[in-house]
Design a protein around this ligand. Structure first.
Ligand code: GRF
Length: 194
């Protein structure tokens, strides 16, 4: 049985693009069947459109006040699995419950360090650099109703070298994310198969 994946994104969508590419080439039959954005005009939407992936924009007000709309959308596209990739809005509890064990997120630090509300993007890397850390990394975890709190399923580390800058660190982390997130999603889907 093949799975339909939905990616949720709020930004440039470099991870979304890597996931879309990986599953286009996959022989498993699993595919990215939907990209959900919480705002118009973002790079993630452009990447999905360029690859023929259906897109939907679900604004924060709908996520908060009418989560049933999102559930309905996911059902309509027969979504089996959700990958959050830089999605900055809170996923409604109705959705995290329905997709329990079938939803993952990627975070650009070694959780539980540098996670939680307000800790995203460059803020994470700045905090890590300010603290004089010698290593950081990425975490892929299951999603529950609390930010960055679900079971950790994968981590990869990288060193912080003397003279490391925000830009160089961002590039290192992005490379780690791109080379691991699609693979980890693939492994999760394999485990769900009977
Ligand atoms: C990534 O660093 C990811 O870890 C975090 O948001 C960022 C998304 O980047 N959750 P992009 O939009 O995929 O380029």
């Amino acid at each position: 049985m093949s799975s339909n994946i939905a990616i949720f994104a709020s930004g440039g969508g470099s991870n979304a693009l890597e996931i879309i590419r990986r599953f286009k080439e996959s022989r498993s039959g699993d595919k990215v069947a939907l990209l959900v954005a919480n705002k118009h005009g973002i790079g993630a939407l452009a990447h999905a459109e360029a690859h023929g992936v259906p897109t939907e924009v679900v604004p924060g007000s709908v996520l908060k006040n009418d989560p049933g709309q999102l559930l309905e959308l996911l059902r309509r596209h027969r979504i089996d699995f959700i990958a959050l990739a830089g999605f900055l809005a809170m996923v409604p509890a109705e959705v995290t419950r329905e997709f329990s064990g079938r939803m993952v997120n990627i975070h650009p630090s070694l959780l539980p360090q540098y996670g939680g509300k307000g800790m995203y993007g460059e803020r994470v890397h700045r905090a890590v650099l300010n603290d004089g850390r010698t290593e950081t990394g990425i975490t892929i975890h299951r999603v529950n109703e609390i930010y960055d709190d679900g079971e950790i399923i994968f981590q990869a580390k990288t060193t912080i070298d003397p003279g490391e800058t925000l830009e160089s660190l961002k590039a290192k982390i992005q490379k780690l994310e791109h080379s691991n997130y699609p693979k980890v999603i693939e492994a999760c889907l394999k485990k769900l198969k009977p």
